[in-house]
Design a protein around this ligand. Structure first.
Ligand code: GUN
Ligand code: FE
Length: 426
């Protein structure tokens, strides 16, 4: 590991300050001062001339990517069982696999593979679901701590509408395990923080949600869950919660929908107008998961609407609803599904641009972690070193063109270096 802290990276620098424009500097200098960006410069200012300098030649330097929604215990069956819709997929594929994490030996193998893969990926920050099992979730946290990535990881809560082999015995038992997990992990790690994780409304009784709402307040915890992903699910929530005005309201009445705490909700494919309003009002962040929404035939979220309305939004892989963990791929998918939505569903909502997709995967998601996802001065320094030299091209390309091409054509082999908070990961 590089001692990190203060140094200069030289190369072709690309980043966003907003969702509209790319900032590009050819052969520029990115200065890291004590783990944070001190700015991007065409000429290196005098005051930084004695910092150690790494020259990355013609490579691209971009902010680390952020995965706002991924299920670690589903990594083992990614790319399998994609022929079902959400609720059948959960019952047939997901719940039986997640039940295996009661066995720590299995968890050690599977989470070891997950942590290795995340380390090698373009992802520098992630919001991660575990399972209902406290010991396996703590093991996952231990393994992710070692990678150096900055993550929020949740022990999942489920006390209803779940098979006996993957259900907590009561709301009280679920609360007690969650409390113990918080006590054991709340201040144990440098890089990993706990995040409260009610699976989704159908899996959690009102009694449990009330208890989790109290824990959220008491510990000031962030929250992650699922929202308005699939039409069958939305209809089911309506049946389960007749008193709620809409799906998001079923979280909100327990204080688990933004407001005083940070909340990230995956999907929002079928959010009603009222739901979108409340998402905005409460400052909830949406994790847009285009690959999962395609695999599970959930539909296409109106991301253009969310951006236009100033709703916070970033990208999620949602493995194993999404088959891969690449957030570069999620950028391409976000653009592609937005084009299908435009052609087939609503020609008033223009497709996403490269600038917007790149923003979503960097600064859009990064904002959930604080000043993350950009190279503006003061931002935590997460950097990827990208080598597109092995994707040869005969013509001269601009940095924007090289980035676009990288988004569509690259894989982990083209990532030559990765820094998180100023520390070199590889
Ligand atoms: N809704 C509730 N659980 C899940 C899950 O594991 N994956 C997805 N995509 N949606 C969910
Ligand atoms: Fe999910």
């Amino acid at each position: 590991m590089n001692g990190g802290i203060s140094f200069v990276l030289k190369g072709n620098i690309i980043y966003s300050n907003d969702d509209r424009t790319l900032k590009t500097v050819e052969q520029g200098y990115l200065v890291c001062r004590e783990g944070k960006s001190a700015g991007v410069f065409q000429e290196l200012p005098e005051q930084f001339k004695d910092y150690p300098l790494e020259d990355w030649g013609d490579m691209l330097l971009v902010p680390g990517l952020v995965d706002l929604h991924i299920h670690a215990p589903q990594f083992a069956f990614r790319g399998m069982g994609m022929d079902l819709e959400l609720l059948d997929w959960l019952n047939t594929n997901t719940f039986p696999e997640e039940a295996k994490y009661a066995d720590l030996e299995y968890a050690q193998k599977a989470y070891g593979i997950f942590a290795d893969s995340m380390k090698k990926s373009a992802t520098t920050r992630a919001c991660i679901f575990g399972t209902i099992h406290r010991p396996a979730t703590e093991l996952l946290m231990d393994l992710m701590e070692e990678t150096g990535l900055k993550t929020m990881i949740g022990k999942v809560n489920m006390d209803r509408n779940s098979p006996d082999f993957l259900k907590e015995q009561s709301a009280e038992a679920s609360e007690q395990e969650t409390l113990r997990w918080l006590e054991e992990t709340g201040s144990r790690y440098e890089n990993v923080k706990p995040i409260l994780t009610p699976r989704f409304i159908p899996s959690c009784t009102d009694d449990l949600m009330e208890r989790l709402g109290k824990l959220q307040k008491e510990y000031g915890l962030p929250v992650q869950s699922h929202l308005s992903e699939n039409q069958g699910e939305v209809a089911w929530v309506k049946e389960l919660c007749p008193a709620s005005r809409f799906y998001g309201d079923a979280y909100d009445r327990f204080g688990l929908f933004g407001g005083n705490g940070k909340t990230v909700m995956a999907h929002c494919v079928s959010s009603s107008e009222e739901e979108i309003e409340l998402i905005k009002e409460r400052g909830v962040t949406i994790a847009h998961c285009p690959q999962s929404n395609t695999n599970l035939s959930s539909g296409v979220a109106p991301v253009r609407t969310y951006l236009d309305r100033g709703v916070k939004v970033g990208l999620g892989s949602d493995v194993a609803g999404g088959s891969g963990e690449s957030i570069f791929r999620a950028m391409a998918d976000a653009i592609q599904v937005s084009k299908l939505r435009w052609r087939l569903k609503d020609d008033r909502l223009k497709p996403l641009t490269v600038e917007e997709a790149f923003y979503l995967g960097t600064l859009g998601g990064g904002s959930f972690f604080g000043k993350v996802g950009s190279f503006q001065e003061g931002y935590e320094l997460d950097v990827l070193i990208l080598d597109d030299g092995s994707l040869p091209h005969p013509q001269t390309l601009t940095l924007r063109e090289r980035l676009e091409r990288f988004i569509y054509l690259s894989d982990d082999r083209h990532i030559k270096g990765k820094y998180v908070g100023g520390y070199r990961i590889f």
